[in-house]
Write a protein that binds this ligand. Structure first.
Ligand SMILES: O=c1[nH]cnc2c1ncn2[C@@H]1O[C@H](CO)[C@@H](O)[C@H]1O
Length: 349
């Protein structure tokens, strides 16, 4: 494997920083920086989370996927009022904008808040306030994908969808399911209702639950994009189907190693997926929890052997797979092409 430790002045690193990017798979709550976690823990005197930076760092060493989800849910106890959701969202938006992200679709763990007795309106009011501010301040567009934990059962999904349909703002683009992977079959009717209401079907599938979860997501949930989906490489016929239909996959390489879905980064299937003609984008998932950010995921892709043109393809795929409007997509693709052409000019000269 090629070293992904690029010097900040290397041409490839400059290419990565200059590429216009979209982020399609980042969990709002999982994007909470330790500084924000500590601030909110202090504000609400939350006893269940670490109260020092070192403590947080240690806390973010995950034994396995269920342990990661446990820590994720616990960290959320720091989010209580509208201002907390606004603070978190503003911080996440600023971090994205600093990485040349102009459009992002963020998963919101809505059920995890509902189950703690936080009304959906508090969540939506907070994140919407910050979304509008961030658009004004940084020119970044944020869109939402509320989700529920599949392993908590279909009723939790029903409650989540009901809250979205009742209180959700127009910036909600889709509906999702995540957490520990269980069969997607029980959620068929639920996702049919979400789609009928104009929401995109955006489930997690095949992160670590096997290729059959992806097939279920396609057949039963009519998934329009797959969260993770890396397990497709275990079933060649499924890879053929994904290529033929062009259903995009949101790939999050560092996350997969941190949660144990992939043992070593050098074993990550991203290069194979891209070269097999799948519409894959790279994403950061829960960046501070995994010690990464979106730019770093592009560096990791470079470390896995992706050439400059392939890094640009990953960025273009993100744009194609997004729900940004068509003029917005065209102008981002043109900018990506221009940045790549400039890189090639430098490289040649
Ligand atoms: O990598 C991930 N895979 C699956 N779910 C995740 C991940 N990161 C965050 N969540 C979120 O964990 C919550 C559990 O209630 C869900 O909302 C899910 O979206």
């Amino acid at each position: 494997m090629r070293s992904s430790l690029l010097t900040p002045d290397s041409d490839v690193d400059r290419l990565i920083r200059e590429l216009p990017k979209v982020e399609l798979h980042v969990h709002l709550e999982g994007a909470m920086r330790p500084a924000i976690l500590l601030e909110l823990a202090e504000k609400h005197d939350v006893a269940t989370v670490p109260r020092s930076l070192d403590g947080v760092r240690e806390w973010y060493e995950f034994r396995d996927f269920p342990h990661f989800i446990e820590v994720y849910l616990t960290s959320m106890q720091t989010l209580r009022d509208e201002a907390d959701f606004a603070l978190l969202t503003a911080d996440v938006a600023a971090r994205l904008a600093a990485q040349r992200v102009s459009y992002a679709e963020l998963h919101v763990s809505l059920y995890a808040h509902l189950m703690r007795g936080i009304p959906a309106q508090v969540v939506f009011d907070g994140i919407e306030h910050a979304r509008r501010e961030a658009e004004r301040e940084h020119g970044i567009q944020l869109r939402w994908i509320p989700d529920f934990p599949g392993d908590y059962g279909v009723e939790t999904g029903e409650q989540t969808l009901e809250a979205v349909l009742k209180e959700g703002p127009p910036s909600v683009v889709g509906f999702g399911v995540g957490s520990v992977e269980v069969s997607r079959a029980p959620f068929a009717d639920l996702f049919a209702r979400a789609r009928a209401a104009g929401l995109r079907s955006l489930p997690h599938a095949g992160e670590n639950g096997g290729p059959e979860r992806i097939t279920e997501a396609l057949d039963l949930l009519r998934a329009e994009r797959i969260g993770h989906g890396i397990d497709c490489v275990r079933e060649p016929a499924l890879v053929d189907r994904l290529r033929a239909t062009g259903v995009p996959l949101d790939v999050c390489p560092t996350s997969n190693v941190c949660t144990g879905a992939v043992e070593r980064i050098e074993d990550h299937p991203l290069p194979r997926m891209l070269r097999d003609g799948l519409t894959v984008s790279v994403n950061s998932d829960d960046p501070p929890m995994f010690g990464t950010d979106l730019e770093n995921e592009y560096r990791v892709a470079y470390g896995l052997g992706m050439e400059a043109a392939e890094l640009a393809t990953l960025a273009r795929n993100g744009v194609t797979a997004s729900y940004l409007d068509e003029p917005g997509k065209r102008s981002l693709i043109a900018e990506i092409d221009a940045v790549l052409a400039r890189y090639r000019g430098h490289e040649g000269g």
